[in-house]
Design a protein around this ligand. Structure first.
Ligand SMILES: [Zn+2]
Length: 471
């Protein structure tokens, strides 16, 4: 190891789908991985991480950080049936009382929890833009910048997916709960986004903070608006993310308005491409999955949110069999646990089908069971990095040294033979002990340096929010 290099030597390192001993991870001073090494001159000076296994950091491709405020406050129903749509009204209530400072404090809390659970990059699908009455802040990008500031204070890489929202839905009158989200026209939206890119570029490194464009959904924007946003995203090579087919009602409205369901429509209009990510894609047909595959587009599932909202089950079996890149998101923050999201991709299908090992490669032998765990881990790491254009996602030369460690001495791991399957299926996120972004630790031994202050300030926001404003 040269003096300007950094290295770490865990008990086990995750390489090419396997856990291997006695391999050091070596990075340059900027935090880019140079090599995985078994050479003595690398093993000896590397920082010894005894009792730990190193994995790539998780990539959270879909987050709405402000929704952290409503965790545990929507688990009741007044009368009739509670659904996504009634949950959404409660979510709007909180969205419409937070001021810019509180949005920052909430985002910081949410990103802290992400860091502690092994997430190194977040894609923030950001649609709070204006004052609650819809009037503009002097800087129209104020709230986006507050969210970015929060992520960088915690130490996460962030992709600010600036979200365009134009209407309550097809044939629907304005919803006053959405005044903070709405743009007047696409030109205004793209102008603000361009200014945001310039401002962020002055303050942050391009691999720490970058932007994407996110037409909210085909209920919130027209096809014409979508086309313009998608064109800008493609021309500027930005990630393009959109909620797609989360709810059946959304498909039905799109059918009525456009004569096709969302993905079929996008395919017909030649709007699918490798930079596009369909968030959810729960209610999709075989032909739509084939269209996603043909366009090399991505899907981001959010299983812990989808089960909380009663959305339905992402057809991970059909998507993976077709070869679609399948990433994960924490979405509503009801839980922040990408390891659990990865497991739920498989578990939801087991419950539906009343069978086991649905996503495992065919011909799976007992001694080869780590392959299923590797597939699930890939959704939480590499697939998310591809969806967001992030520099981490795998531990290979040229990628960023974004990694986490599992504490192999935790009771949940003890005696399991320390297989990949035992780690993915049997551990909880408290076994994640260290998290590094670009080779710099943001979490050590389960602690983040600013945790007490971040938690205290968030608790104060919550006390005001639920004690005074949202009762
Ligand atoms: Zn979402």
């Amino acid at each position: 190891m040269k003096p300007d290099e950094k290295g770490w030597l865990p008990d086990l390192l995750y390489v090419d789908g396997r856990l291997v001993p006695a391999v050091a991870l070596i990075a340059d001073e900027k935090g880019t991985i140079l090599r995985l090494s078994r050479e003595r001159e690398d093993l000896e000076p590397a920082e010894r991480l005894a009792g730990r296994a190193i994995f790539p950091g998780f990539v959270n491709a879909h987050s709405h950080s402000f929704q952290r405020t409503i965790r545990g406050r929507t688990e009741y129903r007044k009368d009739g049936k509670d659904t996504f749509w009634t949950w959404r009204e409660k979510m709007y209530q909180a969205a419409n009382v937070l001021n810019p400072e509180e949005i920052y404090v909430t985002a910081r809390m949410c990103f802290l929890e992400m860091a502690l659970s092994g997430i190194t990059t977040v894609g923030e699908f950001h649609y709070l833009h204006h004052k609650p009455d819809g009037s503009r802040y002097p800087d129209p990008n104020l709230l986006a910048k507050e969210v970015v500031r929060a992520a960088r204070e915690v130490g996460l890489r962030i992709v600010l997916l600036q979200t365009g929202y134009a209407r309550a839905g097809w044939n629907k009158g304005p919803n006053p709960g959405q005044a903070r989200f709405l743009f007047r026209n696409v030109r205004e939206f793209i102008g603000n986004l361009t200014a945001l890119r310039v401002d962020l570029g002055k303050r942050y490194a391009p691999d720490e903070v970058w932007v994407g464009i996110a037409p909210h959904s085909l209920r919130a924007v027209t096809l014409a608006d979508f086309r313009e946003m998608n064109r800008y995203g493609r021309e500027e090579t930005l990630p393009v993310h959109m909620h797609v087919s989360e709810q059946r009602a959304e498909n039905e409205d799109c059918l009525k308005e456009n004569g096709k369901t969302p993905i079929a429509l996008l395919e017909d209009e030649k709007q699918l491409h490798p930079g596009f990510t369909a968030i959810h894609a729960v209610h999709v047909s075989e032909a739509e999955i084939a269209a996603l595959r043909a366009a090399k587009a991505n899907v981001c599932a959010c299983p812990t949110t989808e089960r909380n909202l009663g959305d339905g089950v992402v057809p991970a079996d059909r998507l993976l069999a077709a070869g679609v890149n399948l990433a994960l998101g924490s979405d509503s923050q009801v839980q922040i646990d990408l390891l659990d999201d990865a497991r739920q991709l498989e578990y939801h299908l087991r419950l539906l089908r009343e069978e086991r090992v649905v996503l495992g490669p065919k011909g799976l032998a007992a001694e080869d069971q780590d392959r299923l765990a590797g597939v699930l881990l890939g959704t939480a790491t590499e697939a998310g990095a591809r969806s967001l254009g992030a520099p981490g996602g795998s531990l290979e030369p040229g990628r960023s040294a974004d990694f986490l460690t599992f504490d192999l001495r935790k009771p949940c791991i003890a005696g399991s033979g320390i297989s990949l399957a035992a780690l993915i299926f049997g551990t909880d996120k408290t076994a994640i002990r260290d998290v590094a972004v670009g080779g710099r630790f943001i979490v050590r031994d389960g602690c983040h340096a600013n945790e007490p202050e971040i938690v205290r300030e968030f608790e104060a926001v919550q006390a005001k929010l639920w004690g005074e404003r949202c009762r």
